[in-house]
Write a protein that binds this ligand. Sequence first.
Ligand code: NAP
Length: 259
Amino acid sequence: MDLGIAGKRALVCASSKGLGRGCAEALAEAGVDLVLNARGAEALDKTAQEIRDRYGVTVTAIAADITDAEDRARVLAAAGAIDILVTNAGGPPPGLWSDWTRDDFIRALDANMLTPIALMTALLPAMIDRGWGRVVNITSQSVKAPIPALGLSNAARTGLTGYVAGTARQVAQYGVTINNMLPGIHATDRADALDAGVARQQNISVEQAREQRKASLPTRRYGTAEEFGQTCAFLCSQHAGFIVAQNILLDGGGTNATI
Ligand code: NAP
């Protein structure tokens, strides 16, 4: 399917690996020029080169911590005019509700709520002026159903979801859509880290923890960054202009709910 977005320019945050990279690759496959970001320059430059070689699009790589205000300003300055924004950053660490301090919450809110909001605040005005734009925020299934060990994530991402629900409905009249993608368990470094956390907690091997988590999903497998990325590219496509303020769950059926 022609997504109708060849020649557009996308900023994909936190995209040297994992779900961000999956989104970047699918957009590149659709002919979108990219601005990629991650903190570690080595993996970022490698990913940028692989995408240039594979898809022939222009890729600008900016090593920066997207949750840091000064770094973010540097990314935005280098990015220039952006038609498509994919927000993403690392997720907060797991833990217990009774251990988290105000500082822990501030860090989580900064990374997973206020950073995407700052990026939208910076880039929405020009999208509105041009009469076209797409924003996809990578959040989590924890927005639909809380994950007990990820209380910091549950809290921060739900705040972002509330912001998007209101803002998306204000900008849709200008041809700009904002939606969220909610990953369940996808085979990335983050999933490896969470597998290791379960293994420690239950005193089992990481492989046993992974098998246990796979068995909890109707698909009996983790999702892939590739299938996540293709859904992102569709949400950024011309065909998705009537999809507004939605929370698209990609969890292999793991969230046990009728709607
Ligand atoms: P990942 O495989 O660990 O990849 C994270 C990517 O983000 C890397 O490229 C990393 O590069 C970059 N990154 C992390 N923090 C950054 C920062 N502050 N600034 C810029 N780049 C940053 O993670 P993932 O699985 O793709 O997860 C992406 C998001 O989805 C996370 O918020 C995660 O919590 C959420 N999520 C994931 C799953 C899952 O099963 N995978 C499930 C639910 C929610 P550097 O380290 O070099 O910066």
